[in-house]
Design a protein around this ligand. Sequence first.
Ligand SMILES: Nc1ncnc2c1ncn2[C@@H]1O[C@H](COP(=O)(O)OP(=O)(O)OP(=O)(O)O)[C@@H](O)[C@H]1O
Length: 307
Amino acid sequence: MSDNATPTTPVKTTGLHVGDAGPGCKKVDPIIIADGVKRTFGGLTAVDVAHVEIPRGAITALIGPNGAGKTTFFNLLTGFDKPDEGKWEFDGRSLAHVPAYRVARMGLIRTFQLTKALGLLTVLDNMKLGAKGQSGENLFRSVFPFFWRKQEDDIEAKAKEILSRFKLDAKQEDYAASLSGGQRKLLEMARALMSDPTLVMLDEPMAGVNPALTQSLLDHILDLKSQGMTVLFVEHDMHMVRHIADWVIVMAEGKIVAEGDPHEVMRDPAVIDAYLGAHHDTDLGDDDDPETAEHIHALKELIDDEQ
Ligand SMILES: Nc1ncnc2c1ncn2[C@@H]1O[C@H](COP(=O)(O)OP(=O)(O)OP(=O)(O)O)[C@@H](O)[C@H]1O
């Protein structure tokens, strides 16, 4: 575990795909396989993914301009939203129509863009809520109180051990609402580990995180992989994507438009097109319009990353 200030040099996982890299390409060992997943909102097609496979044991970044459908696709995969059509499987088991709480029990845990840590609970109680398989307030508890107490002690010990790894142990009795944005992101990630997930899906882990905590978050994400977990994350910060992702999937207008190793994919004309989109004919010096400025910024980051 890299808890100190020395940045970790990520060890990239390679050899993830079969044949040429490109939209929908097959993976050597996919943990998720999705087919024909479509979600519309009225007349708008938010997600229209023909085929995509997420490689196991690697860190995959899902990128794309605003409104590309990334969060909607996350919501569908994790049972927080229902598609119009399509199927997908996780670890060989179909996940279509499986509700979110059962998806989590199967080992697929996600975090949210706006962190869902329950503000009026303490940090420790938030962690305990993340544990799975609790017998809780049921007959089992009343008949066998000893087993229940033992389970609760084990959960608390595990929560404290993970909190100390995330350097949040000093805050365990504080209300989650009192944490900074970055600390709440750490808490979300720490809480995800309470259920021993196989796949962790992170929605914009770096958004709103102050630079002092950035390295710590990156190290924790890299740590998930070194502990054998698969990571899929949505992120706008291209430097982070390039730094830690083993594989990049690019969405635009609901579809997968490019896939590949982070270095290769940034050179793909489809990626440049996806980011410039309707702004293709825009003078790159004209950044008065905020949306244009954002696209130009993203594109410059892509290009800078390759220099
Ligand atoms: N509940 C909803 N009702 C109507 N439209 C929606 C809903 N959720 C998403 N959309 C639309 O679907 C499209 C995809 O949105 P989504 O949030 O998935 O994109 P995104 O790639 O995650 O964007 P961002 O990077 O800005 O978070 C957008 O046009 C959005 O306005």
